[in-house]
Design a protein around this ligand. Structure first.
Ligand SMILES: NC(=O)C1=CN([C@@H]2O[C@H](COP(=O)(O)OP(=O)(O)OC[C@H]3O[C@@H](n4cnc5c(N)ncnc54)[C@H](OP(=O)(O)O)[C@@H]3O)[C@@H](O)[C@H]2O)C=CC1
Ligand SMILES: O=C(O)[C@@H]1CCC=N1
Length: 286
C-alpha cells in the first residue's frame, strides 16, 4: 500500500520516465509531478501521465514523496533550484549512482532519505532494485511499494549499493553487449541476423529460468552438463579461457562498482561547495 498523495520525479529522463510510467499505470489516485530541463523531456513526461513542470522547487513543495533521478553531477544544480528549506518531513529516494545517504542527508535537511538502484529492465517490470535506508525507515513500506511497481526489491546495507550499481544497475548494458557479441559470432558463422538475435535472447531467458528452477545448482554445474567431452561447447569455452573473458567480466563489475564509489566522493565535494555557497547567500541577504 502506497501512502502518498503526490509523488515528484525530479529528472524525467531514461530511468525517470520509466518510473513515471509505472507509477501512472500501476497506482490509482496518486498524482505524479515530473520535472526536466528541455521541452521534449517535459512533453514526454506529460504523455506518460505526469503533471510536467520546469520548477523543481514547486514540485518538491507539492509532493510528500520525491524521487531524484537527475545525473549525479546535476544534483548540486538541482539543490540550487529547490533551495534547502523545502525538504523538512519529505521522503526522498535518490536513484543517482554513487551519491551516498550521508551526502543526501546533508543536502536535504529534514528529509527522510533512501538510496535505490533500479535498472532499465524496469521497462518490463523486471528491475532488480536494491534499496538502502538511513536508519529511521519510517516510510520503508511506501518506498518498497513504489519500487515494486518496477520489479523486485532487495533491502541491503548501504555498503552494497555501489557494487549493486556495477552489477545490476549497469547490468543491462553489459548483458546487451554479450548478446550482441554472441549474435555477431553466429552471423559470422552463417546464421541470418534475425534468427541469431532471436536465438540468443531465447537462450538467455531460458538459461535464467533454468538456473532459477534448479535453485540449488551452481552455474558451473550447468556448464559441465552442457560441455560434452571433446564436443562443441568445450571448444568454445577454451576460447573464453584463453582470452581471459571471465577475468575481464569480473573486472568489468569491479571497475563499474569502483566508479560508483568515485562518483559518490566527487558529488559529495560539489554538494558541500554548493551548500556552503547557498548558506553564504542567505547570510548576505539577512
Ligand atoms: N540509465 C540507467 O540505466 C540508470 C540510471 N540511474 C541513475 O538515474 C539517474 C538518471 O539517469 P538517466 O535516466 O540515465 O539520465 P538522463 O540523462 O536520461 O535523465 C536525467 C534527466 O534529468 C533531467 N535534469 C537534469 N538537470 C535537471 C534539473 N536541474 N532539473 C530537472 N531535471 C533535470 C534531464 O532533463 P533534460 O532531458 O531536459 O536534459 C534528464 O531528463 C542518474 O543519476 C543515474 O545514475 C540509475 C539506475 C539505472
Ligand atoms: O552508467 C551509469 O552511471 C548509470 C548507473 C547505473 C546505470 N547507469
Amino acid at each position: 500500500m502506497l501512502d502518498a498523495d503526490s509523488i515528484a520525479v525530479l529528472g524525467a529522463g531514461k530511468i525517470g520516465s520509466i518510473i513515471i510510467r509505472a507509477l501512472s499505470e500501476k497506482l490509482d489516485g496518486v498524482k505524479v509531478i515530473a520535472t526536466g530541463r528541455s521541452y521534449e523531456t517535459l512533453q514526454n513526461a506529460a504523455k506518460l501521465g505526469a503533471i510536467a513542470i520546469r520548477e523543481n522547487r514547486k514540485a518538491v513543495l507539492e509532493s510528500d514523496l520525491i524521487i531524484i533521478s537527475v545525473k549525479p553531477f546535476h544534483f548540486p544544480q538541482l539543490l540550487k533550484e529547490t533551495g534547502f528549506d523545502v525538504w523538512v518531513d519529505k521522503t526522498v529516494v535518490s536513484v543517482m549512482a554513487g551519491v551516498t545517504l550521508s551526502t543526501l542527508q546533508k543536502a536535504l535537511e529534514g528529509a527522510e532519505v533512501y538510496r535505490a538502484m533500479p535498472n532499465l529492465n524496469a521497462y518490463v517490470g523486471r528491475s532488480a532494485t536494491a534499496i538502502a535506508e538511513n536508519g529511521s525507515g519510517y516510510r520503508k513500506n511506501t518506498v518498497d511499494a513504489l519500487f515494486k511497481t518496477l520489479g523486485t526489491t532487495y533491502w541491503v546495507p548501504e555498503e552494497y549499493l555501489d557494487v549493486w550499481t556495477g552489477l545490476a544497475g549497469s547490468g543491462p548494458a553489459f548483458i546487451a553487449e554479450i548478446i550482441d557479441a554472441l549474435a555477431m559470432g553466429a552471423v559470422a558463422s552463417g546464421l541470418n541476423r534475425e534468427l541469431a538475435y532471436k536465438a540468443v535472447l531465447d537462450v538467455l531467458e531460458g538459461t535464467a529460468l533454468l538456473l532459477r528452477a534448479r535453485s540449488n545448482i551452481h552455474p558451473a554445474q550447468l556448464r559441465d552438463e552442457v560441455a560434452t567431452p571433446s564436443g562443441t561447447t568445450i571448444r568454445g569455452l577454451t576460447v573464453l579461457e584463453s582470452r581471459g573473458v571471465k577475468a575481464a567480466l569480473m573486472e568489468l563489475v569491479e571497475q563499474a562498482s569502483r566508479r560508483s564509489r568515485e562518483i559518490g566522493t566527487e558529488v559529495n565535494e560539489r554538494v558541500v561547495k554548493e551548500l556552503t555557497f547557498m548558506l553564504q547567500q542567505v547570510e548576505k541577504n539577512k
